[in-house]
Write a protein that binds this ligand. Structure first.
Ligand code: GLN
Length: 242
């Protein structure tokens, strides 16, 4: 089970969220504190963010910025190039993940989250029977998460809650924690694994597990949709929750 993190708020560096915290994704790649499935997350990592500089160059004044991604099939803890550059990468909207590949899934950079359709970044923490997902010509990899991402993009990420409830009904063993962002909105689901929220003065963090011991971290109940936008955090129970 992978670990992931999302940020929406003021621009911050990727290092400040992923590398610097005492129990951030870098540490979670070898010593996660709340992981129930798998011991470490050594099968890759990825970060995606919206780059307002890219947007200014291409389309001034419109949209949330250009999607940028850096993904790898190697452990995050050993990546000295990323450690060198991450303090210089700054964004208001970030999705990052470290990966523990499910049995039988390919280990390649294109199987590491976040996946993207050009407008959204999406990470999946969990596992799903690929037999219940439609074949997709646009999936980035044959990994279950890429097929699930393609389905969510196809249905429209705004319908994330309904799509997850539908997939969860089709595969009762599925774990479907999703993190998705489009530059101005951050969405997440809990379906079988942990998720916590931290409301900071400069923005909101959603993470599979807290990156430090700050008392403001709150756990999200299972089978919920979390919707972060305009500084508000809204929780809604998903269909299929009791
Ligand atoms: N099933 C996905 C994969 O193989 C996600 C795995 C996970 O959450 N550990 O990459």
């Amino acid at each position: 089970m992978c670990r992931h993190l999302g940020w929406l708020g003021e621009p911050v560096t990727i290092a400040s969220l992923v590398l610097d915290p005492p129990c951030g994704l870098r540490v979670q790649s070898y010593a996660p504190r709340r992981q129930k499935h798998g011991l470490i997350n050594a099968d890759g990592w990825g970060v995606g963010f919206f780059d307002p500089g890219g947007q200014e160059r291409s389309d001034p004044g419109i949209g949330p910025g250009e999607v940028r991604r850096w993904r790898s099939a190697s452990p995050l803890w050993g990546d000295v190039s990323f450690a060198s550059v991450a303090p210089a990468l700054r964004s208001n909207c970030i999705v990052a993940a470290v990966r523990s590949a499910s049995v039988g899934m390919p280990i390649e950079s294109s199987a590491s989250a976040p996946f993207s359709d050009g407008s959204w970044l999406l990470s999946h923490n969990g596992v799903v029977d690929r037999g219940v997902l439609p074949l997709s010509p646009v999936a980035e990899s044959t990994v279950d998460s890429a097929l699930l991402a393609a389905l969510i993009f196809d249905r429209g990420p705004a319908n994330l809650g309904d799509t997850i409830a539908e997939v969860g009904a089709a595969d009762s063993g599925a774990r479907l924690n999703i993190m998705a962002a489009n530059g101005s909105r951050l969405l997440a689901t809990t379906w079988g694994d942990t998720l916590s929220v931290l409301r900071r003065s400069d923005g909101v963090v959603l993470a599979s597990e807290p990156y430090d011991d700050h008392p403001d971290w709150q756990d999200i109940p299972d089978r919920h949709l979390v919707d972060v936008s305009g500084g508000q955090v809204t929780l809604t129970p998903l269909k299929g929750s009791s």
